[in-house]
Design a protein around this ligand. Structure first.
Ligand SMILES: [Zn+2]
Ligand SMILES: [Zn+2]
Length: 189
């Protein structure tokens, strides 16, 4: 039997597209994100994907944003080539591709498989990201724990860290960006 067959026989198996789970809604607006945090473009009419990213400290949301694909591409262009390449390599080499399940809220770190429960119990930072199209989540959601975020951060150039700080300072004036593990997301390339 092909090991992948079991996946499709599992009652909990979810197709790739489903409504954006609540954990990826805007906590502050108490509804799904409507606009790109960066350019303000409406996400429902956008004929492109967008990414919702949320950073938590334990159960507390400390940063959340939605970024449309054009803004994400622009952002990637402004990061150093070296950083983007290292990030891509890290993802290819280290991703363990856990089958995160939004319905049972079962999330494991992309790179070390630490569970979300464990990260919450230990009051750690962690980031979660979902690729969405209009009101649907279209790919497996990502979870990255603080330890792995810091490891990725060490690989990033000063230019990349500076660009990230600018983004936080511009869009989240109340959040001291130095207090956050940077970058708090793994851009999905
Ligand atoms: Zn945008
Ligand atoms: Zn991890």
């Amino acid at each position: 039997m092909n090991p992948d067959d079991s996946l499709y026989k599992d009652d909990n198996f979810e197709p790739d597209e489903r409504p954006v789970p609540k954990v990826f809604h805007s906590f502050y607006e108490e509804r799904p994100f409507r606009c790109c945090t960066s350019c303000g473009e409406g996400l429902n009419d956008l004929e492109d994907i967008y990414q919702v990213t949320k950073t938590f400290h334990g159960t507390e949301v400390i940063l959340e944003y939605a970024m449309c694909s054009p803004c994400q591409q622009n952002m990637l262009k402004e990061l150093s080539e070296e950083s983007v390449e290292r990030l891509a390599n890290f993802q290819t080499e280290r991703s363990k591709e856990p089958q995160n399940n939004a319905d049972t809220e079962d999330y494991k770190c992309e790179f070390c498989l630490r569970s979300r429960e464990d990260a919450i119990e230990n009051q750690l930072h962690f980031s979660m990201a979902a690729i969405c199209f209009a009101s649907e989540m279209v790919e497996r959601p990502l979870f990255v724990c603080e330890t792995c975020m810091l490891e990725i951060n060490e690989k990033m150039s000063e230019q990349t860290k500076r660009r990230w700080r600018d983004f936080v300072d511009t869009h989240f004036p109340g959040v001291p960006s130095d207090a956050l593990p940077e970058p708090t997301t793994v851009p999905v390339l």
